[in-house]
Design a protein around this ligand. Structure first.
Ligand code: SF4
Ligand code: SF4
Length: 134
């Protein structure tokens, strides 16, 4: 009769002192694995310039047509860059094909996972929102 009570109490005490397996989210953030695929971001070089040359390869390979607009432009030294770049994250399936296809290493999936929004228009990312932050 008393044995099951002691056994139950011992189990409870054991869990009181063991390391928790849950996180106090959102105060505590989960560390994601290195190969985690978040949303695509446009990469910049050491001078802070976009690496993208607006070739549109990523747009061509995107299976869900999430990359909705790339407008190529040309600088004074004939360097190509995107004047507009739009990714609709509500369509993105985080497959990473755009990253694989890019010949310039100009687009890469990040490790962010907090994308929930009340208004899905917020998830249509333009050039400014897609630029990777240092
Ligand atoms: S991760 Fe996949 S679905 Fe998302 S933009 Fe890149 S190619 Fe398209
Ligand atoms: S991100 Fe890469 S593949 Fe996409 S348009 Fe720019 S250079 Fe081309």
């Amino acid at each position: 009769m008393i044995y099951p009570l002691i056994k139950g109490l011992a189990t409870t005490l054991k869990h009181c002192v063991s390391k928790p397996i849950t996180l106090q989210y959102p105060e505590e953030k989960r560390q994601v694995y290195p190969r985690f695929r978040g949303h695509p971001e446009l990469q910049v070089d050491e001078d802070g310039r976009l690496k993208c040359v607006a070739c549109t390869l990523c747009m061509t390979v995107c299976p869900s047509r999430a990359i909705t607009k790339i407008t190529p432009a040309e600088g004074p030294n004939h360097e190509k860059y995107p004047a507009e770049f739009v990714i609709d994250l509500t369509r993105c399936i985080f497959c990473g094909f755009c990253q694989e296809a890019c010949p310039k290493g100009a687009i890469a999936l990040n490790n962010k996972y907090e994308l929930a929004q009340y208004d899905k228009r917020v998830l249509i990312y333009d050039l400014e929102k897609l630029r990777a932050k240092a």
